[in-house]
Design a binder for this molecule. Structure first.
Ligand SMILES: NC(=O)c1ccc[n+]([C@@H]2O[C@H](COP(=O)([O-])OP(=O)(O)OC[C@H]3O[C@@H](n4cnc5c(N)ncnc54)[C@H](O)[C@@H]3O)[C@@H](O)[C@H]2O)c1
Length: 281
């Protein structure tokens, strides 16, 4: 299959652009000349992302859970587009930490509505534009937690496995066309995700605060948001169907193949060991 056209300089849509990976993607692609349509529920963060950019930007306060508003946003983007849309990054996401026994249904529903349904709504809203153009990429963010299940992340893992299943199904439907469906599986990236997570209590009963749990998560991350954006950009440009981000993502992927039921013994050893992040190296 021929290599797709590079994203560089071509218009993109990014959700979750007020922070982390979404902001880094917006910054990178805008710097390289792409007009960027950015959405997030966090109006101030979105404004801050846009203020640092020099190219053409459309910002839109949007809750990805709102299917109707995603359709309105897609129509606005279509009117705004200076050229065919190269890619839609359905990236917005949140986290919940809890045992299954202690899970609060309202927290799990909140996560599923954003991390899974938000991706579905974004795909449904923008796919018709790409199909009409006859090219472009839907890039849906799963996780390494969409490759393996890990303790205290049942809702997150379920949603990220669902994103993977949904996107892989879509990929098969699009076979033979120049519209692509891409899955992104980041390992630990040093962003605000753990600080913004819903945590009612330490799932291991060790009395750690959310701040302490977030600091532990951040100490384990191996990749900065800028590095993640560069890997995702390169992966989409190379025509990859599935993009692994960070060395830990390659470990998760290998474990899923080699030891699909006993991986926890290896993972718990690796994840206990704090690392210096690529961001501070
Ligand atoms: N950081 C990691 O280690 C990691 C690993 C794997 C996957 N991911 C995924 O990467 C994506 C980006 O997360 P991040 O790490 O940059 O986190 P982040 O918290 O830094 O950024 C997430 C962004 O999504 C936005 N958002 C949350 N709910 C929203 C909603 N309802 N509507 C619109 N926007 C909303 C937030 O306001 C925020 O700006 C998420 O899908 C996350 O699950 C992150």
């Amino acid at each position: 299959m021929s290599r797709p056209r590079s994203l560089t300089g071509r218009p993109v849509v990014i959700t979750g652009a007020a922070s982390g990976i979404g902001r880094a993607l917006a910054t990178r692609l805008s710097r390289l000349g792409s007009p960027v349509a950015l959405a997030d529920v966090d109006a101030d963060g979105l404004k801050a992302t846009a203020a640092a950019l020099h190219g053409k930007v459309l910002t839109r306060v949007l809750d990805v859970r709102d299917a109707e508003d995603q359709l309105r946003f897609a129509a606005e983007v279509k009117d705004w587009l200076p050229a065919p849309l190269a890619a839609v990054f359905n990236n917005a996401g949140v986290a919940v930490t809890s045992t299954v026994l202690d899970a609060v249904p309202e927290d799990d529903d909140w996560l599923h509505e954003i991390n899974f349904k938000g991706v579905v709504h974004g795909t449904r809203a923008f796919l018709p534009i790409l199909v009409e153009q006859g090219e472009g990429a839907i890039v849906n963010t799963s996780s390494v937690y969409g490759l393996l299940g890990v303790p205290y992340q049942s809702a997150y893992c379920a949603a990220k496995f669902a994103v993977r299943g949904f996107t892989e199904s879509l990929r098969q439907e699009l076979r033979g066309s120049a519209v692509r469906a891409v899955t992104v599986h980041p390992g630990g990236i040093t962003t605000n995700i753990a600080r913004n997570a819903r945590v009612r209590r330490d799932p291991q009963g060790l009395g750690r605060t959310q701040e302490q749990l977030a600091a532990q998560f951040e100490a384990m991350t191996m990749t900065s948001p800028d590095k993640a954006a560069a890997v995702i950009h390169a992966g989409v440009d190379r025509g990859k169907a599935r993009i692994l981000v960070g060395p830990d993502a390659y470990l998760f992927d290998a474990l899923a193949r080699i030891t699909p039921t006993h991986y926890n013994a290896v993972l718990s050893r690796v994840m206990r060991r704090p690392r210096r992040t690529e961001a501070v190296r």
